[in-house]
Design a protein around this ligand. Structure first.
Ligand SMILES: NC(=O)c1ccc[n+]([C@@H]2O[C@H](COP(=O)([O-])OP(=O)(O)OC[C@H]3O[C@@H](n4cnc5c(N)ncnc54)[C@H](O)[C@@H]3O)[C@@H](O)[C@H]2O)c1
Length: 339
């Protein structure tokens, strides 16, 4: 039975994953495709053999097709206009990251969702892999004790990056937002301050700063250190970043590709030794849900159908957004920013 009548806003690269997902759900129908470039909407209609009208205006599309849900897969500069228009028409919104083009917009979008009593959930697909779930469980199970020092490295060269090539803060706002959100997911903690240095090393091929080093502090004194470079040619890390979480009893490692593991001091270690022997804890890859976009969308729909908040609801996601905009502000002003 059809429960959700979906308008797709933004028919670019990323919309393909969202459209394919919606087509496969029995409780959904795509009622309209919207893009400011009508030809992009028409092309997507042909590619997916959809029997629905195309529009350039989101409000017109919602009204003409009696939709109750909008997938906002436009660029971040358009997320505010698309989502607030959708809430004004009584629709729920599932949208792409980053939630907004500024903190002011993000706050206004949450207020609009709350005023309309609608759900607004943001895509954080990097939360949804077997390895990520296992790494989070390893860190939060207590096996390595209390997490005190967290590091993540992201080094990768994305060529033909389209809008990223001319963004002022391509790393922090397009990519690091994923890693910042992952850090909150892994630790279960929200940072209270950030200091960031943003720069373009020799050879950088984006206009805006493609590299940054950020230092986030948590309320309990623990620290998350992030190093990233979007134009780093060779010896790439995974897209998920390379992680180390040092706890009071041991260390958890995830390279972003293979199964995470941890090491802690072995019980048989000689207490007089300079360096203890270690035993290895291997994470169980027990997550059986779908992965990446499909996994995040599954949670959004389950939450909507069950009347609960999704894992990536806007009121929580704004804390990840605050990490990214706080880092941008810190780099600009050369000082530590309280979040
Ligand atoms: N979660 C991920 O892993 C991931 C990966 C890539 C991109 N993204 C995000 O997805 C979003 C889209 O990225 P993309 O790569 O598809 O970009 P894209 O440029 O390929 O497509 C964006 C589309 O939105 C349209 N558009 C812009 N403003 C609009 C508006 N007001 N109304 C209707 N259509 C509008 C554009 O014409 C374009 O067709 C961005 O927010 C990006 O950060 C997420």
């Amino acid at each position: 039975m059809i429960k959700h009548r979906i308008v797709i806003a933004g028919c670019g690269n990323m919309s393909k994953a969202w459209i394919a997902y919606a087509i496969n759900r029995e409780d959904c129908i795509i009622t309209a495709l919207v893009d400011v470039r009508l030809e992009a909407a028409a092309a997507m209609k042909t590619t997916y053999k959809l029997d629905c009208p195309v529009f350039t205006d989101i409000t017109e599309a919602i009204r003409a097709t009696d939709a109750n849900l909008v997938f906002d897969i436009t660029i971040s500069e358009s997320h505010y206009a698309v989502s607030t228009a959708a809430f004004a028409e009584g629709c729920h919104v599932f949208g792409e990251k980053p939630m907004a083009a500024s903190m002011e917009e993000a706050r206004a979008m949450i207020a609009a969702a709350e005023a309309a009593d609608r759900t607004y959930a943001i895509m954080q697909n990097r939360r949804y892999t077997k390895e990520m779930m296992a790494f989070r469980d390893l860190v939060q199970s207590g096996g390595i004790g209390e997490a005190g020092f967290i590091t993540a490295d992201f080094f990768l060269a994305l060529h033909n990056g389209k809008f990223r090539e001319t963004m002022d803060n391509p790393l922090l706002l397009d990519m690091a937002i994923h890693t910042f959100d992952q850090s909150r997911f892994i630790t279960g903690k929200d940072p209270v301050s950030v200091y960031c240095h943003e720069f373009n090393p020799a050879g950088a091929f984006y206009k805006g700063n493609a590299a940054a080093i950020c230092l986030f502090e948590y309320e309990d004194g623990s620290v998350f250190s992030y190093r990233g470079y979007y134009n780093a040619e060779g010896a790439a890390t995974s897209w998920e970043s390379s992680w180390r979480v040092v706890g009071s009893e041991g260390t958890a490692i995830w390279d972003g590709r293979t199964a995470p593991y941890a090491e802690k001091a072995a019980a048989e270690s000689d207490p007089a030794a300079f360096v203890y022997q270690h035993e290895r804890l291997v994470a169980d890859l027990t997550w059986t849900g779908k992965e990446r976009h499909d996994g995040c969308l599954d949670d959004m729909f389950a939450a909507l159908n069950e009347g609960r908040a999704p894992s990536t609801v806007c009121t929580d996601n704004i804390k990840s957004v605050a990490m990214a905009y706080g880092a941008v502000q810190s780099a600009k002003e050369g000082r530590k920013i309280m979040l």
